[in-house]
Design a protein around this ligand. Sequence first.
Ligand SMILES: Cc1ncc(COP(=O)(O)O)c(C=O)c1O
Length: 387
Amino acid sequence: MSHHRPIYLDCHATTPLDQRVLTAMLPYFTEHFGNPASATHQYGWEAEAAVQRSRQILAEAIHATPEEIVFTSGATEANNLAIKGIAESYFAQGRHLITLQTEHNAVLDPCRYLQSLGFEVTYLPVQPDGLLDLDMLEKAIRPDTILVSVMAANNEIGVLQPLAAIGEICHRHQVLFHTDAAQAIGKIPLDVTAMQIDLMSLTAHKVYGPKGIGALYVRRNHPRVQLAPQLHGGGHERGMRSGTLYTPQIVGFAEAVKLGLWEMDTETQRLVELRDRLWQQLNCLPGIHLNGHPSQRLPGNLNVSIEQVEGQALALGLQPLAAVSSGSACTSAKIQPSHVLTALGRSPNLSYASLRFGIGRLNTVEEIDRIAAGAIATIECLRQSRR
Ligand SMILES: Cc1ncc(COP(=O)(O)O)c(C=O)c1O
């Protein structure tokens, strides 16, 4: 990467494609271009074999079987398929769903849409550290609850929800459990069997894979999940998601997840060191607060709120040095506090700026030290100018 460009520290938004992933993908754009559904010739067979190998790798990565993987265009589509598909299949049994206030909009918006159709949704609050209160979840389950959707790892504060404990509660009450694992796949261990997960949304581009590809895991045994398709057509993916399979992206997705698993232990240790090093340096400033649980979070995630600084001014001040997210969403020129930080009880006061650092595979110790020094200087400068 060129030295003139800002250091990339926004790995929750997306990650660069790993060179090894690109190498695995390239033959499937050109030489092996066949349609995996073409069953009568070698071009189709080659593509189908590559899809099957990829499906196997992804299934093993989450302790599922290949038939339980439904390829989608990403986690947004997987979340929509899971939530709307379950609502459509199970509405005769009940019309109540449970999710969290801190979910990604790709979960919240399908839930709001279902409300407009007459479903009821409980949006559970979280504790100040971002974790779900398990007793509160259990109390929220009703006889007409059909689905609980709780994310694996939060995209702003990186907090990891206790999936196995949630799965145990859901199955004891015979409620299906969906988790949005967009930020988690290839970064933390995921096991749909041990964690009693029924549906899980995945995406490739947060784990150094290509954009535009993801999957929904759909349990086939104990219980067998019924899912109404949201895209009708050629009946691909066992009828659950029609559309010609995107072979190069599927190959890249599997390669990216495979590399993520291979390197998980060493990379986790390295990222935690970088993350803690950054926090130790920033924490020397007065009026800076860590958002989310200090250790039960993604290894590369650091999210801080900073007093007496305006959020956008801070992000813009840092921009020549580093690409980070300012943690506030800009909607029609009006800066809104993040719904995740609001759910943690952080004041919506705009004098509280927040920064989300997403540290990744390409970041170095030297970069972290430069960012820390740059952030401290920018914050001090902005505070001076307010006096
Ligand atoms: C938690 C979470 N869910 C869903 C998504 C959407 O994923 P995709 O970009 O694959 O549609 C993202 C990423 O933006 C995310 O962080």
